[in-house]
Design a binder for this molecule. Structure first.
Ligand SMILES: O=C(O)CCC(=O)C(=O)O
Length: 261
């Protein structure tokens, strides 16, 4: 079960390690989220597809590239790689507004701070597909302040074989390459980090949820198994955050927060 509040021990673990296990979504809710994302991929969901960024995975095996990231449904397929703007979907919105997640945001940003989501994103590694994501930290220099946290929910079992996230505990305390626009490292840094022996695989059961610090070094591999690796990842930040093109982001907690119609 997912609790409504984080324990002090969980918060301490998060602060020290840069990640912490939060618990498991109940089976009925998990089944609904799994069904919903499949409906969205198949094009049968009652949502405004033109407002959702959708990207198909590479169609023809290793070596080929994923499709473009652009608004709108592409084709009825479970082989999407990434779908963003899921805060527009009532089920995913209600999920990402759980009391537990609100409490975590209060700890990260203060009890009086309204919170927006930078991205509410489905990240999929379809069976036999998926992309290798090189070691990096999540950072966006186009924003006027740093989003600190991401809550990552496994919608399938996440294993070494299907490309679960791999992290280096405690690596969130500093940015390795602060000038890079989105937290990517130089080739030398990647080589050095890849050699470290203190990384761990975040193997999770379907429905398990982890809180990640955005600066935690992480990577994930392709999916070499028959099991898809679906996940829902939400990056929460201060609602006052502004991008250098003056964009602001959907508020999910506090004044003007999105509500489920
Ligand atoms: O879900 C994953 O495999 C990790 C995704 C990732 O690294 C990212 O979104 O920055």
């Amino acid at each position: 079960m997912l609790p409504n509040q984080l324990s002090e021990q969980q918060w301490k673990t998060f602060q020290e390690q840069g990640y912490v296990h939060l618990g498991k979504v109940d089976a009925v809710e998990l089944a609904a989220l799994q069904q919903r994302i499949d409906d969205i991929m198949m094009g049968t969901a009652d949502i405004d597809y033109d407002r959702m960024m959708m990207q198909l995975d590479r169609a023809d095996g290793p070596g080929s590239k994923p499709g473009p990231q652009s608004p709108g449904h592409k084709e009825a397929s479970l082989n999407y790689r990434k779908i963003q703007d899921l805060e527009m979907d009532p089920l995913f919105l209600s999920y990402l507004q759980k009391p537990l997640y609100r409490e975590i945001c209060e700890r990260a940003y203060g009890t009086q701070t309204d919170v927006a989501c930078l991205r509410a994103m489905f990240m999929n590694k379809p069976s036999g597909l998926g992309s290798y994501l090189v070691w990096h930290q999540d950072r966006w220099t186009n924003l006027d302040r740093d989003p600190k946290i991401t809550i990552w929910t496994a919608l399938d079992p996440a294993t070494k074989e299907n490309g679960c996230v791999q992290v280096i505990p405690g690596s969130h305390d500093k940015l390795l390459n602060p000038d890079h626009g989105s937290g990517f490292l130089s080739d030398e840094m990647v080589e050095e980090v890849s050699k470290r022996e203190d990384s761990i695989y975040l193997e999770l059961e379907a429905g398990e949820v982890v809180l990640l610090h955005n600066w935690l070094l992480h990577t994930s591999d392709v999916n070499r198994s028959k099991q898809s690796r679906r996940a829902f990842s939400v990056c929460y930040m201060e609602a006052a955050t502004v991008a250098n093109n003056d964009a602001t982001y959907p508020v999910v907690f506090g004044q003007g927060a999105l509500t489920v119609a």
